[in-house]
Design a binder for this molecule. Structure first.
Ligand SMILES: CC(C)=CCC/C(C)=C/CC/C(C)=C/C=C/C(C)=C/C=C/C=C(C)/C=C/C=C(C)/C=C/C=C(C)/C=C/CC(C)(C)O
Ligand SMILES: C[S@@+](CC[C@H](N)C(=O)[O-])C[C@H]1O[C@@H](n2cnc3c(N)ncnc32)[C@H](O)[C@@H]1O
Length: 367
């Protein structure tokens, strides 16, 4: 049972802020009016969030986001870009301006807005906007999804089909999505941890090698490897062939739950891997990494984590439901990982803050 004082305080606070009389009083009182308005707007955003996401999806899919980036855009240009009839085009651009994707810069003229500018310039976030059609299909009836057996097929479980027998096309589709959103994760991870102190680093579940390529550019002396499922590594080989990384990166096709992990690396990375898997599988993978590392070797975990200050909704809110719909894994907090890492044999674990915890958090463990 939680402490009695906590229950009493929470119940009193909730009864107070739920009371229409208190709300009316707070909205009129000069000193607390700002808080009341902000909380009311936040309540509205919770309710309307799906509309905002779909405005973003429509600006992306119609080409409006890119057209706004080219320069001032009038209604004729919105119609020409989106192919929508005039009233619909006007409705869309005004909706985009209402959530700061666009901005009115004069009567009948729009440019990118303060939310639109960083999003338009972020190919990874835009790839996720397009990919969300699958997530929203699975979430159309959220309670049905939560009640369903996690073996039932979903749009996301079909998209993320991890197996040595996965068709090349499926592996290619999810690896391409991951590659396009890797730049922002790599930037945060490389800024958080000095990989140059190592001799050889292998990226476990390294996909098409985008993280290892960023590492190669940041640390020219490092020896590098990528371990992933055979159908993924086939794509990685094609992407790296003919680049300067072709000879520098050793490719390890294998199943990290079946094949022993490669020896000879003093650092292993798990970037956006562990949250995909249930606890038993995570324990097995951490134990395999511990076994393959030399004494003093490091394991670097980088992924969005639950209970992250400043990004709490992203953790158990967004990734909680995303991974539920995927039928595998869960977001974990740094504290939960610390316990699992200790159980696997790692002697110490450091949580290194990143500048954008909504993108990723970093843990470094020593064998
Ligand atoms: C210059 C003047 C006048 C004023 C400046 C004022 C000022 C300081 C403004 C701040 C401007 C600024 C710096 C904005 C920065 C914006 C940024 C960095 C935006 C970043 C957005 C990133 C987003 C939206 C990322 C989204 C990522 C998603 C949704 C990732 C999903 C990942 C998934 C689903 C992964 C799946 C893998 C699996 C299966 C779970 O393993
Ligand atoms: C979510 S993606 C992350 C890819 C990359 N690390 C990134 O952050 O962009 C998960 C990766 O783990 C790989 N993977 C999943 N199960 C695996 C297994 N049993 N053995 C090896 N790799 C696996 C997938 O093929 C995929 O490339």
């Amino acid at each position: 049972m939680p402490p009695r004082w906590r229950v009493g305080w929470t119940a009193w606070r909730n009864a107070t802020i739920a009371s229409p009389r208190f709300q009316t009083w707070a909205a009129r009182l000069p000193l607390v009016r700002g808080v009341a308005r902000r909380r009311a707007a936040q309540s509205f955003d919770l309710l309307a969030g799906f509309c905002y996401s779909q405005i973003l999806a429509a600006t992306e899919a119609s080409g409006l986001l890119d057209r706004l980036a080219e320069g001032p855009c009038n209604l004729a240009a919105v119609i020409a870009t989106t192919g929508l009839p005039e009233p619909a085009a006007l409705r869309l651009v005004r909706a985009a301006a209402a959530i700061d994707l666009a901005e009115s810069v004069g009567p009948g003229w729009w440019m990118l807005g303060q939310q639109g500018a960083p999003l338009q310039a972020n190919p990874g976030a835009r790839a996720m906007v397009r990919h969300h059609a699958l997530l929203y299909a699975d979430l159309a009836d959220p309670l049905a999804l939560l009640r369903a057996n996690r073996q039932n097929p979903t749009a996301l479980s079909a998209f993320w089909h991890y197996s040595a027998e996965t068709e090349g096309e499926t592996a290619q589709a999810y690896s391409t999505l991951m590659a396009s959103s890797q730049a922002m994760v790599a930037r945060e991870t490389l800024a958080a941890y000095p990989f140059a102190r190592h001799r050889r680093v292998v990226d476990l579940g390294g996909g098409h090698g985008v993280f290892i390529a960023a590492l190669a550019a940041a640390c020219p002396a490092l020896g590098l490897g990528v371990f992933d499922l055979p159908p993924v590594v086939a794509g990685t080989a094609t992407r790296l062939a003919g680049t300067t990384l072709g000879d520098r990166v050793t490719l390890h096709p294998g199943d990290f739950f079946g094949t022993p992990l490669p020896a000879g690396y003093d650092c292993m990375t798990l970037v956006r891997i562990l949250h995909d898997h249930d606890d038993g599988a995570v324990e097995a993978l951490l134990a395999a990494a511990w076994a393959a590392l030399p004494r003093g070797g490091r394991l670097v975990i980088s992924e969005p984590m639950a209970d992250t200050s400043g990004a709490r909704a992203m953790g158990d809110g967004y990734f909680g439901l995303y991974l539920w719909a995927m039928n595998s894994g869960r977001p974990r907090s740094a504290t939960e990982y610390r316990t699992l890492l200790q159980k696997a044999g790692f002697s110490t674990t450091r949580h290194i803050p990143t500048d954008l915890p909504v993108i990723t958090s970093v843990l470094v463990s020593t064998k």
